[in-house]
Design a protein around this ligand. Sequence first.
Ligand code: URA
Length: 200
Amino acid sequence: MSEKKNLKELEEKMLADKSLPLNEGTLVFGEGNPKADVLFIGEAPGFYEDREGRPFVGRAGKLLDKLLEETGSKREDCYITNVVKRRPPKNRDPLPEEIKAYKPYLEKQIEIISPKVIVPLGRYAMNHFLDDGKISQDQGKIFWWRNILLIPLYHPAAALRRASLIEDIKNGLTKLPKLISGYEDLLKKRLEKKKLPNEE
Ligand code: URA
């Protein structure tokens, strides 16, 4: 089955899952190229995302679009989603139990899209991958998560509050084209290193 069809099925499964918290709000499943090389993951939808049913369409999203354009990436080539896929009331931080409830769906979404690079935006998304990660220390650094490259960046909403973070986000986004084109090589090197001693 195609990635698009699998994503549609997953979205329908989520809509039918009445056990998910924040169930009264709009499901903001995610959007973009189902075969994207780059997957952006934010925290949770806000007011405008809830209203439109699309991720990153408010002020933070506009900033992300601008920075993508300035660094040579196109939003429509990527896929964009969130850890928690419904808006927490009054945009409060997502609760641990909300993150936990939505986690299997995010995992499945990642499996279907199978990106080369994941960009977690902000600490909530980063902590899905790096339990002990600290965004101020780890943003812009490159990690492996399973066989996917990971580059956590500051959340654009944080950069709306603190303009000095914009340059950090831009520096990270600038690395994306090279990470995508170098992915096969980097993975090969990683797998070679993983060989067991008796296989050398
Ligand atoms: N902030 C997020 O984390 N996600 C969105 O979709 C919008 C704002």
